[in-house]
Design a binder for this molecule. Sequence first.
Ligand SMILES: NC(=O)c1ccc[n+]([C@@H]2O[C@H](COP(=O)([O-])OP(=O)(O)OC[C@H]3O[C@@H](n4cnc5c(N)ncnc54)[C@H](O)[C@@H]3O)[C@@H](O)[C@H]2O)c1
Length: 352
Amino acid sequence: MGLNSKKVLVFGGAGFIGSNFVRFLLSKHPKVKIVNFDKLTYSGNLDNLKDVCKDKRYFFVKGDVANSKQINATFSKYKPDFVINFAAETHVDRSIHVGSLEFVHTNVEGVFNILEAVRQSTKIIKYVQVSTDEVYGSLALNSRKSFKETTTFAPNVPYAATKASGDLLCRSYFSTWKVPVVVTHCSNNYGPYQYPEKLIPFFITRMLEGKKLPIYGDGKNVRDWIYVLDHCRALELCLLRGKSGEVYNIGADNEMNNLEIVRRVLNYFKRNKLWIEFVADRPGHDRRYAIDSSKIRKELGWKPKYEFKKAFKETIEWYLANQKWIARIRKKTGVFNPHIDLWRAHKLNNKK
Ligand SMILES: NC(=O)c1ccc[n+]([C@@H]2O[C@H](COP(=O)([O-])OP(=O)(O)OC[C@H]3O[C@@H](n4cnc5c(N)ncnc54)[C@H](O)[C@@H]3O)[C@@H](O)[C@H]2O)c1
């Protein structure tokens, strides 16, 4: 079974990964229909889908996953065959500085509402809940361990705790009602269309503004970086062939600390290390994430195909070529990561 002649309801399709996924499916499956349900929060942006918005196979619904009526109306109107959920509050700094209630509404209540709608539908073939490796907590820098699907949840920040809660709801809906749900845990993504509060586009926009690159703590926190289209390829496989009730970890075996990312950005812009500025560390800052993705590789035949060095350079070049995109979202949403300045002030105060 493929996705042709099927209707895929995508929640959060106007964000970073969601918009890449919508474009990926439309380009790969000539007869697929996609309904994008998105609240258009600060990180959701229809500009991300400008090139496909007139496609007759694409439909947009402005809605909030925390609103069950809107979800039920969308299920009744479009009668989807597949569901995938990217809708989330995603920025850890915001959960600390702005508050976590919105994270609970979207990442927990939202998943509950989608699960209820899927449970009541007789038509859904698969629901993929897109989650994160952050639910597993932190690994020591000197350990060789990596997160497996069986690793116990140990979230350290409200973002990760709300994502873990959504994942547990999915588990319970499969155990109790056999709702055909698959949960994925992916590592850090990079690529085009990412809201520039996140590390890589944040650094690129800082370089464009002639500003230093602020790094939390000692900069040795390790993340396992994956190109966004490799994530999309894995999610497509999970929709088509993922086994209901199962969890799949997705990662590209590409561990790198923040200092290495900064160095690569500085090298590209031909700047020296004087452009690095260390700021006070963020509370609950996980030290290392590493993903064991052997299950999805073995069971679904997935493996990453984008090489980091090339895809990273192309990502920087995408932001350079799309400075109007950056300018438009800055105009709409204001300063990209105001929280970093709070940490900088904190560090200065501590030095006095
Ligand atoms: N970015 C990563 O590195 C990464 C890694 C692993 C997993 N994930 C997960 O992937 C998903 C997408 O992440 P992203 O980086 O694209 O996030 P993003 O912040 O770029 O996009 C989130 C999207 O969800 C929408 N949204 C937010 N609240 C909503 C609500 N209440 N109702 C409807 N829509 C709402 C936003 O408008 C936006 O379009 C998230 O669930 C995230 O947890 C992200």
